[in-house]
Design a protein around this ligand. Structure first.
Ligand code: PEP
Ligand code: MN
Length: 549
């Protein structure tokens, strides 16, 4: 294996994004303070490693080929205060339970990605908000203050001092992310995901008896199957527990982390130039005619997504995202035009030179034994090389005449968030445009049934409380599955906002029959409303039934 350590001096700012317009900018009172915080972050260890990023890339290439399904889920806005063992474990357990239900029902591997360990920054529809105050005489007056932009930017309490962006918060975000991820890694390596003990996966706070029964039956069958495997010695035996990025035995799992890549300064400080971790892949990755042995990795998370408000074709975010090797997501709302989507994909997943035909690489494959890498590329068009790109005969025995260009499979996750009422009009033209483009077999489509379905609670007299009807969420999800099947495309996963904390009341409906009038009982989110534990299991069962068909 090539050297996968990342010397700090290899950190390259290569900031072409800095010369582009940045949507959702944050203005700090002191540029110097910001710079010194960023300089500090750029010397700290990255949160994840290129090896783990490559592992996710490989798993997503399987998703693009229909061999696995993605469950990307977590808070809308993670708070620093959520960095407690209880809350982290609750989220992790819920993700594991949901994936177990899907795997068991639909018999398809699930790639688990949390919106966790860094999901702090929030895009806002308005940069400021109006608050009503009273003066000493009791007269009402209005004050305009900056909107809350997430715990890594400013504080939630609605006063102008608290809302002033503070760069120290970026450093705090780094340390809270690190502590959260450390707890995820230690929980997983201590057996939190142990499938041999599904009975310990308590879900006592589920109210619906139908859901209780359904889960009981999954646990019963799973226990039987595992007993059987142990009896015949097919359970892989006892292996070392593993951290995210290494697990493939029954007592452990992979769990990847993600967040919106909104704060580009922060992301840049954790972007490192690294040797590609696998020797064989480094021989195989070719760009612009040159063999690329190093690449820029965003190492604040395994994957980042571009928000619906920051995905301008000529904007800073698009530029940054196109410069990193991680798999990336892009949120797609109702304003996206079909051709615009294809243009965006062209930027995010340009043609790369593909590995030559397999016999050219046979020796290296045997040497390195890294299976499956070939599958990551979409074998597309063949182009004759231009004279300047023509490789010299000494670099390869057989690359002398033709270069094969194509897309990286699974590089881009298109996260559709239309809303239940718009999906049937808006989704089909987008799917057709992608199908007719060079990206047809490399993209992954995800359904985010949350963000297009946010409404003001019908029972809130102040007209402020944001909620989502469970029925709308399910309706968008089911429509998405049906539209993909009509269009001959595939739903590769879901993107959800949820919490594992008990009895949260932010979305209404579901098998627990939570009414809109009950929302204020335990509404906690500082941003968008999340599915609670029970509503999340409802979604998992729906998916497992639907995907089995
Ligand atoms: C989010 O995922 O919390 C979000 C703000 O999404 P979008 O960019 O789709 O609005
Ligand atoms: Mn949200």
């Amino acid at each position: 294996m090539a050297d996968s350590s990342i010397p700090v001096e290899d950190y390259q700012s290569s900031p072409t994004w800095r010369s582009k317009d940045q949507a959702q900018p944050v203005v700090y009172p002191s540029e110097d303070d910001l710079k010194s915080v960023l300089a500090k972050i750029s010397t700290l260890p990255p949160l994840v490693s290129p090896v783990e990023v490559e592992r996710l890339r490989y798993q997503l290439s399987n998703v693009a080929q229909g061999k696995a399904f993605i469950l990307q889920a977590g808070d809308c806005a993670e708070l620093f205060d959520y960095c407690t063992p209880k809350q982290i474990e609750a989220k992790l357990k819920l993700s594991l339970l949901m994936s177990l239900i899907i795997i068991w029902g639909a018999r398809i591997p699930v790639v688990r990605i949390g919106r966790i360990a860094g999901q702090y920054a929030k895009p806002r529809s308005k940069p400021t908000e109006t608050v009503t105050r009273r003066d000493e005489q009791g007269n009402e007056y209005k004050e305009e203050i900056l909107s809350y932009r997430g715990d890594n930017i400013n504080a939630f309490p609605p006063d102008s001092k608290q809302r002033t962006p503070d760069p120290e918060r970026l450093l705090q975000a780094y340390f809270h992310s690190t502590a959260t991820l450390n707890h995820i890694r230690s929980s997983l390596s201590s057996g939190l995901a142990d499938l041999h003990a599904p009975r310990q996966w308590s879900f006592q706070h589920v109210k619906s008896s139908a859901l209780q029964q359904e889960f009981e039956s999954v646990v019963d069958s799973l226990t039987d199957a595992l007993d059987f495997m142990r009896t015949i010695g097919a359970d892989g035996g006892v292996k070392e527990p593993s951290v995210a990025g290494q697990g493939s035995v029954l007592n452990s799992v992979d769990y990847f982390i993600s967040h919106e890549g909104l704060s580009l300064e922060y992301e840049e400080a954790l972007t490192r130039l690294s040797h590609l971790p696998y020797q064989r892949s480094s021989r195989r990755i070719l760009k612009g005619g040159d063999r690329v042995e190093q690449a820029r990795y965003a190492l604040s998370a395994h994957t980042l997504w571009l928000g619906d408000r920051t995905r301008q074709l000529d904007g800073a975010h698009m530029d940054y995202f196109s410069s990193i090797r991680n798999p990336i997501g892009i949120k797609v709302g109702p304003s996206m035009k079909p051709q615009e989507l294809v243009d965006i994909l062209d930027v995010l997943n340009p043609d790369v030179e593909l590995p030559s035909s397999s016999e050219d690489w046979e020796e290296e494959e045997e040497e390195e034994g890294w299976e499956g890498y070939e599958g990551e590329y979409d074998h597309g068009v063949t182009k004759s090389p231009s004279p300047s790109q023509s490789p010299s005969s000494s670099t390869s025995r057989s690359r002398s005449s033709r270069r094969r260009m194509g897309k990286v499979k699974g590089r881009v996750m298109i996260i559709i968030r239309m809303g239940a009422s718009k999906i049937s009009t808006n989704l089909p033209p987008l799917l057709r445009a992608v199908k007719e483009s060079a990206h047809s077999s490399s993209v992954i489509f995800l359904c985010d049934p949350m963000h297009g379905n946010t409404v003001i609670s019908p029972s809130d007299p102040s007209g402020q409380l944001k909620t989502r009807a469970f029925g709308d969420i399910i309706s968008e999800l089911v429509s998405s599955l049906e539209i993909h099947s009509q269009e001959g495309t595939r739903l590769g996963g879901v993107h959800l906002e949820l919490t594992g904390d008990e009895d949260v009341t932010e979305c209404y409906g579901g098998s627990m029959r939570l009414g809109p009038e009950e929302l204020e009982r335990n509404y906690q989110s500082h941003c968008d409303p999340r599915l609670n534990f029970e509503q999340s299991l409802d979604v998992a069962f729906l998916l497992s039934h639907y995907l089995r068909k």
